[in-house]
Design a protein around this ligand. Structure first.
Ligand code: ATP
Length: 847
């Protein structure tokens, strides 16, 4: 603001507390709380479950009371598992909503702080900047050039000038398009204009994940197939003269076990858990479907300043009087005018209570770096600023790439302008040389441009300064016929982690692309240092993009890795062109003008620290640390999550196929039923729940970032998964029936044969779950302990199995018998052989 903060003190804590009590929080609608009882009850809201319960009650009446009670217990336990999955999902989504809640920059207790907009109260003082969504209805008390988009309220898309003609009211939900200002909150919450319309945009969108939708459609087909098979199994049993009620119960139990009702829920859990893992790595996901798309990303377009670089700027060199000086020599040379231009024409906010200049400055790093270059303490800075006052300003704008102020000292009004050298040079008619003002002729201009080239080749970010005296009018015309003063060259080193992230991207078949408003040479120097590009042929500037037609840009785009001196409008063209070339594009943005490009990208990425509200709202992911490496981590997580979803789909479907096939084969070959209804339900409980969830949190495969991104339209069953499921499911079914028949062959009782079949079915699934951890590596190559949850889940399932066959009470409930060593060998032979052969096959294939 260039304004001393002492002018505004703001409310005290006590005043805020009192007002909050009187006016309530600044929210439009009370957030709906999820009812946990409802979530639990919804677990029973399933047609098949109702049929099962009805069948159970029926069988209780005909005498099988113990069976009925056990079935009900199993149904309730299944519901508890389902509840836990959904509860976790709701919790993570709620946490995300709170994190993505709108914020406000408020002045309280004489301090500027960023708070959750919910806690704003009337009379609070807030700071408004371009890109902010205004958090409450306010009255402007200071503001220059404030342009506000009120389309949300009025439908009128043309921006409205505020602070002129007495128009000082700004409203909740509208967006500051340009300018800065300070405003006093007048109304909050439902009392605002927006509250009257009560039409709040929820900050988190609950869009359905495309994968979940596809799986839901697949689920419907599977329900149909399962029901047909179950009816067949039931009818064939009845035809063979078996008890009708028993066969009915068997059919329904098989349907319950075979239908992968948990699949869609586990997808959500896997996505939600992935989202919280991403959050730990500083990537906040706003739209769940983005997690899936992240894994397909083939191009990451990233801003330079602050994302690839540290945003830690220091002025290194100053050019004036046709010579370059290091900043340390500057005082000796004592050129007051460049100091005035860069310090008066500056949007930092100051806290003069702090002695330490580092702590006293708040604002854009470019701006603070310029002040720090000239001042080491706040006292001298305050004296310098108190020589006059700012009476007009045009804030920095990344389209114009410059800013201007009019500063009044006594009666003297001087305009100071600073910005990208090309923009300043084209507006200058004269140049200051020593004490003389000379015409800015071709020869001198050429020398100045050469200096800019040299500085930017050395990766310095250049800001030029100019001025005019005796300003009379206030407007953009103060930027005409300027007198050139000099250039400040700033260093902003690359982030140390960015280089590794670029290498990781390249190995993963992802192309990193730099998009920056900075000079071509500065951009190239940094991109080269980071490994983003090798030659200058990969660099294009905004002006060149303008001169290319749509078709020409398309033919060039895949060769380019750096776009320099671009404006936000170019970003949109770049995203569109990359997308047309069948790329899946992630694009970063911070300023208000970046929002369209961020929205257009497959993955719109906004900056948590420097980003504006509008860009955050347009994005599907927020980088809490503004760091490029975080995007790469998020892509890695996205790939891991998708892989894990494939893992448990493979596991669940092949196991369920195995269960259905066991019963189906037995019935078409006129065998005794190998499993009783209660045993089928047990298999479902022991194998479907915990192991599948544990697969959802499997750590990534070692080479997850060494393969190309998958294509976006790819089916979840692509790359051989369908065949794997069909083959493995059939083998599980066949082996279970063979184990059952072997028991019969050795003359064992029907109960023993059923226990052997039960154990074979459970054990083959529990072995298969480890195979599902990798599509390429055999069990021998995977370290089983890297997923302790899975080991734990399998141990729980095995203990459950042992409990129902070795505890006498359980034996009566589940109709099982204890197995001896010989029988266990039979079980392990039939359940382990396929896993063993499969692992040997994978192992040999790789050799
Ligand atoms: P990126 O898009 O990677 O963040 P950037 O921050 O360099 O790049 P802009 O902020 O649009 O892009 O800046 C473009 C140019 O405008 C800079 O190279 C510099 O010359 C000039 N500039 C940047 N900040 C200011 C400022 N606060 N005042 C005046 N000129 C500025």
């Amino acid at each position: 603001m260039g304004k001393e903060k002492d002018d505004y003190r703001g409310l005290t804590n006590a005043e805020v507390e009192k007002s909050l009590k009187e006016n309530g929080p600044n929210v439009l609608k009370n957030k709906k709380k999820v009812s946990y009882i409802k979530i639990f009850l919804e677990q029973f809201n399933d047609f098949i479950i109702w049929v099962l319960i009805a069948a159970t009650v029926l069988s209780a009446f005909i005498g099988e009371k113990a069976d009925a009670i056990t079935i009900i217990i199993i149904v309730v336990m299944n519901a508890i598992l389902g509840f836990i999955q959904e509860y976790r999902t709701e919790k993570s989504l709620e946490a995300l909503k709170n994190l993505a809640a709108p914020t406000a920059k408020v002045i309280r207790n004489d301090e500027i702080k960023v708070i959750n907009a919910e806690f704003l109260v009337p009379k609070d003082l807030i700071i408004l900047e371009s890109g902010d969504r205004i958090p409450a209805d306010c009255e402007l008390i200071e503001g220059n050039n404030l342009l506000v988009d009120e389309s949300l309220l009025t439908g009128e898309s043309v921006g409205v000038e505020k602070g002129v003609n007495g128009n000082k009211s700004v409203f909740m939900g509208t967006i500051v398009l340009r300018g800065k200002g300070t405003a006093k909150v007048v109304k909050t919450g439902m009392k605002t204009e927006m509250g009257k319309i009560a039409n709040m945009l929820d900050s988190i969108e609950s869009e359905k994940s495309p994968l979940k939708q596809k799986l839901a459609a697949l689920g419907k087909v599977m329900v149909f197939v399962c029901i047909v098979i179950c009816i067949l199994v039931t009818l064939m049993g009845i035809l063979r003269g078996q008890n009708k009620y028993e066969m009915f119960l068997l059919g329904v139990s098989l349907a319950v076990a075979a239908i992968p009702e948990g699949m869609a829920a586990i997808v959500t859990v896997a996505l939600a858990l992935g989202v919280s893992r991403m959050l730990k790595r500083n990537a906040l996901i706003r739209k769940l479907p983005a997690v899936e798309t992240l894994g397909c990303t083939s191009i990451i377009c990233s801003d330079k300043t602050g994302t690839l670089t540290q945003n830690n700027m220091t002025v290194e060199k100053i050019y004036f009087n046709d010579c370059i000086v290091n900043i340390e020599e500057f005082e000796a040379k004592n050129l007051e005018l460049i100091k005035k231009a860069l310090v008066y024409c500056n949007d930092c906010a100051y806290d003069f209570k702090q002695n330490n200049i580092e702590k006293a400055l708040m604002g854009d790093p470019t701006e603070t770096a310029l002040i720090k270059a000239f001042f080491k303490d706040t006292k001298s800075l305050k004296e310098f600023l108190n020589k006059g006052k700012r009476i007009f300003d045009i804030p920095f704008d990344s389209n114009r790439k410059m800013m201007s102020v009019v500063f009044q000292e006594g009666n003297k009004k001087t305009s100071y302008v600073k910005g990208a050298p090309e923009r300043i040079i084209e507006r200058c008619k004269y140049i200051l040389m020593g004490k003389e003002i000379l015409p800015f002729d071709y020869e001198i201009k050429r020398r100045v441009i050469k200096q800019v080239e040299n500085m930017s080749y050395n990766a310095l970010r250049c800001i030029a300064a100019a001025y005019t005296e005796n300003t009379t009018t206030m407007g953009e015309n103060i930027e005409q016929n300027l007198i050139f003063i000099g250039i400040a060259g700033m260093k902003d080193p690359p982030r140390p982690e960015a280089k590794d992230a670029v290498i990781k991207c390249k190995m993963a078949g992802i192309r990193p692309v730099m998009i920056t408003g900075d000079h071509k040479n500065t951009a190239f120097a940094i991109a080269k240092e980071l490994g983003i590009c090798k030659s200058e042929e990969e660099v294009m500037v905004g002006e060149d993009i303008d001169s290319l037609s749509e078709k020409e840009l398309l033919s060039e785009i895949n060769k380019l890795s750096v776009f320099a001196r671009v404006s936000p409008k170019h970003k949109l063209r770049i995203v569109k062109a990359f997308k047309k070339k069948n790329n899946i594009v992630a694009m970063t943005g911070d300023g208000v003008n970046d929002a369209p490009a961020v929205k257009e990208a497959d993955i719109g990425v906004s900056m948590g620290i420097s980003g504006t509200d509008v860009t955050k709202e347009a994005s599907s992911m927020i980088l809490l640390d503004d760091n490029f490496a975080t995007i790469v981590s998020a892509v890695e997580e996205g790939r891991t999550i998708y892989d894990n979803i494939r893992k448990f789909i493979r596991y669940l479907l092949s196991c369920n196929l195995g269960e259905v096939l066991t019963m189906f084969l037995a019935s078409i070959f006129y065998l005794d039923t190998p499993l009783l209804p209660i045993q089928i339900l047990f298999v479902n409980l022991a194998t479907d729940g915990l192991p599948a969830i544990a697969l959802g949190v499997d750590p990534p495969d070692k080479d997850i970032m060494q393969i190309k991104p998958r294509s976006k339209g790819e089916s979840v069953f692509a790359r051989g998964l369908r065949e794997k499921i069909l083959l493995r499911g059939s083998l599980i079914g066949i082996c279970t029936v063979l184990a059952f028949l072997s028991g019969k062959y050795y003359g064992m009782s029907l109960e023993t044969c059923r226990t052997i079949a039960l154990c074979t079915l459970v054990m083959s699934q529990l072995m298969h779950v480890f195979e599902c951890r990798s599509e390429k590596h055999s069990i021998f190559e995977i370290n089983i302990l890297t997923n302790p949850y899975l080991v734990g889940a399998v141990l729980v399932s095995v203990s459950m199995l042992l409990t129902i066959i070795y505890f006498p009470f359980m034996q009566t409930v589940f109709h099982t018998v204890p197995l001896d060593l010989g029988q266990w060998i039979l079980v392990l032979f039939f359940s382990g052989t396929i896993s063993f052969i499969n692992s040997i096959y994978l192992f040999l294939r790789k050799r």
